[in-house]
Design a protein around this ligand. Structure first.
Ligand code: AGV
Ligand code: CA
Length: 320
């Protein structure tokens, strides 16, 4: 289980869902990782709410918190409002409500400018973790292509390659995953850039639903403050409409775990394209001979991953 790890600089570009915030919490628990900044895209969240939770999570875990920037990116296809409002429940938890002053700063810069500054100022290449749509990163890359040299890898929760997607709206056939569907044009542009890109699609994340068995194990170690906070966060996801397609999964938490423990995963290089029009707008499909090479995570050792989450959560908050 314990594997020595090299020091890694990481940037987290998330979109404020409950599992995005749990992904942030996991990154904050990774000893070998130095978080250099966070951006929030207003996709599966209202960004102001998510920025507040993000700043408070960092205050709980970091002696020297980093900045959070809000993106002005807008997707073609908005997330359902009930999903966007859900994570505000986290700001209503007593642990967060009782934090009256926040040390971690909200950046005055728009997130794509913030990303450019953080990457250009970094002395070493950065692992770029992305758990929402790609629009903010694409905006940054288009404004300042030199940031490419500063990115050692991009790990992106996105797509559904061999499995059904999770978009359920009128006129759509369900083949797309939401982070891609929000802005399919940016996603296609990104995969064309020849960057060291790994996607963690539903093919992999379908293996890690939020189960009561897992919640019981996390609850059993609630004397650790991180486990206690994580238990509450997961608890607010269990009202997701029952039925396999709508079950809450550990999408983003699984994706950031890949940064630290790639040994839990199987992946393979595939040539992908992204559909731009209905009925399958945002579908990530294999196009042998005419696609763009992307490293695709296809499977995960589920029990190793769940155990890793439990182990990483056996931590307490810092004493400020
Ligand atoms: O498609 C998965 C992405 C992940 O980044 N998000 C949720 C994760 O943060 C969209 C999503 C799909 N189904 C959802 C989603 C649901 N039932 N509730 C909230 N968001
Ligand atoms: Ca997300």
């Amino acid at each position: 289980m314990n594997k020595p790890q090299q020091h890694k600089k990481v940037f987290l570009d998330h979109d404020g869902g409950v599992d995005d915030l749990l992904a942030l919490l996991l990154v904050l628990c990774m000893d070998e990782v130095e978080l250099i900044g966070v951006s929030v895209t207003p996709a599966d969240c209202y960004a102001e709410y998510a920025a507040e939770s993000s700043r408070k999570f960092m205050d709980l875990m970091l002696a020297e918190p980093v900045e959070v920037a809000i993106s002005k990116a807008r997707g073609m296809n908005a997330f359902p409002e009930v999903w966007r409002a859900q994570p505000q429940i986290i700001n209503a938890f007593p642990q967060l409500l009782n934090m009256k002053s926040i040390r971690s700063l909200l950046s005055e810069r728009e997130a794509s400018d913030f990303i450019i500054e953080m990457l250009m100022n970094s002395s070493e290449p950065v692992s770029y973790l992305m758990t929402g749509p790609s629009t903010t990163l694409v905006n940054a890359l288009q404004k300042e292509p030199a940031i490419k040299e500063k990115i050692s890898e991009i790990i992106w929760m996105a797509g559904a390659v061999k499995v059904h997607g999770n978009v359920r709206t009128y006129t759509h056939n369900g083949a797309a995953e939401w982070n891609v569907y929000w802005d399919a044009a940016s996603a296609q542009w990104l995969i064309e850039q020849n960057l060291p890109l790994t996607i963690v699609p539903l093919d992999a994340t379908n293996h890690v639903p939020v189960t009561f068995d897992f919640l019981e194990k996390m609850a059993a170690q609630k004397e650790f403050e991180v486990s206690n906070l994580a238990s509450f966060c997961w608890a607010i996801t269990v009202n997701t409409i029952p039925g396999y397609d709508y079950l809450y999964h550990m999408w983003d938490v699984l994706s950031v775990a890949y940064a630290s423990r790639p040994d839990f995963f199987s992946s393979k290089k595939m040539e992908l394209q992204i559909a731009q029009n209905l009925p399958n707008e945002g579908e990530t499909y294999e196009a042998q001979g005419s696609g763009n090479w992307v490293n695709v995570v296809t499977d995960v050792e589920r029990e190793l991953f769940y155990d890793y989450l439990l182990q990483q959560s056996r931590k307490n908050f810092i004493q400020p």
